[in-house]
Design a protein around this ligand. Structure first.
Ligand code: SF4
Length: 368
């Protein structure tokens, strides 16, 4: 059942157009190379989003309503890849607030993964035996409308330096933990000084083997992959994995490809996780183009997440049946090593749950 809070109705069709990045937005001068300035100067108001992308004024009430629930944030580097005057652009759809976000839909909740139940210390989520997730930042460079953490109480998960020491003690005490995942928000929003301190401390814990960083920053502000970052990341003894987050091939321009090359050059394994989103990447053509472009950039598709039922984003839902059918069809278009695993995170389970064709992904790889 859907309950809509009183708000003007200005929905847009979910029709998708497949075309390369062209007619992209008017981009104001940006501070090339200065990722912090780009973080500061991103689009943050309904009016600015509307004007820069030549969107019809009729969208404004819906944008305002959605923005009031979860604020707009779009870096200029990302906005430059969005076609102007096209409310259905697949990149725009990921950042454009809609009045549909006001819908209160049964079964859609604020914390669909029940992460708050697995947090023994502020900033630490320990769901799986041998790996933990650290919330290295409470902010993101971009606010994605479908985010399953759009309601997460980040303010309660901002560890002080003292609390970071407690987290490090927790990691030292549990020798079953082999892998630390830096997440957030987006961990790369943090300063290089803080990240350098943290990663050096992690490297001193003997039983840790791997450092994984889940980040969208190399995609939305490729200049984030700067010399300082390459310095501290390259210096750690831990095996390094960076899992970027992209949902559409148009997100991966030449600047993103160059950022991926810089990471690969210091020995980082590059993977991608995306979310299946109605009207954005729920076709064979879009998923094939994404996988092919990822590989051109040196990135392997890793997870395609089934949509998490987060309140305010129900309009992005692709059913599991539709998602499984899409995966079956994809098998005819992609080699096994470019097939992402379709998974759903089910609260209380000890691992992600493969769905449909993804459940037989391992045998697919073995057969190629
Ligand atoms: S970058 Fe990731 S954590 Fe941040 S809003 Fe987007 S999906 Fe959510």
């Amino acid at each position: 059942m859907i309950t809509r809070t009183p708000a003007p109705l200005h929905t847009i069709a979910h029709e998708q157009r497949e075309s390369p990045v062209s007619g992209a937005s008017k981009q104001p001068p940006t501070a090339r190379g200065d990722w912090r300035a780009q973080l500061r100067d991103c689009i943050r108001t309904p009016q600015a989003l509307l004007e820069q992308l030549d969107l019809p004024a009729t969208l404004l009430p819906g944008i305002r309503d959605g923005h009031a629930l979860f604020s707009i944030r779009v870096p200029q580097a990302y906005a430059s890849r969005i076609r102007t005057d096209d409310p259905n652009d697949p990149l725009l759809r990921q950042v454009l607030p809609l009045d549909a976000e006001m819908d209160v839909v049964d079964g859609y909740v604020n914390d669909p993964l029940e992460e708050a139940d697995h947090s023994p210390l502020p900033g630490l989520i320990h769901k799986y035996t041998n790996r933990v997730l650290l919330m290295a930042s409470g902010g993101c460079a971009i606010n994605c409308r479908y985010c399953f953490r759009r309601h997460f109480p980040y303010e309660d998960h901002q560890p002080s330096r003292e609390q970071w020491r407690d987290i490090l003690d927790y990691l030292r005490a549990d020798t079953r933990i082999h892998e630390v995942i830096l997440s957030g928000g987006d961990p790369l929003v943090s300063t290089d000084k803080r990240l350098s301190w943290l990663v050096e401390a992690l490297g001193e814990i003997p039983h840790l083997k791997r450092l994984r960083i889940h980040t969208r920053l190399p995609v939305v502000i490729p200049d984030r992959i700067n010399d300082e970052l390459l310095g501290w990341l390259g210096a750690t003894r831990l095996q390094k994995i960076v899992v970027i987050h992209t949902n559409h091939a148009n997100e991966l321009d030449d600047d993103v490809a160059a950022a991926m090359s810089r990471l690969a050059a210091i020995g980082v394994t590059l993977l991608n996780q995306g979310v299946i989103l109605r009207g954005i990447n729920d076709t064979v053509a879009t998923q094939t183009a994404l996988a092919e472009r990822l590989f051109e950039c040196g990135v392997l598709p890793y997870y395609l997440h089934a949509f998490d039922p987060v309140q305010g984003a129900a309009h992005f839902t692709v059913s599991d049946t539709e998602a499984c059918a899409l995966m079956e069809a994809l098998l005819e278009h992609l080699p096994g090593f470019l097939m992402p695993r379709l998974v759903r995170e089910i609260p209380g389970r000890g691992s992600k749950t493969p769905l449909g064709s993804a459940a037989s992904h391992v045998s697919v790889i073995a057969s190629v």
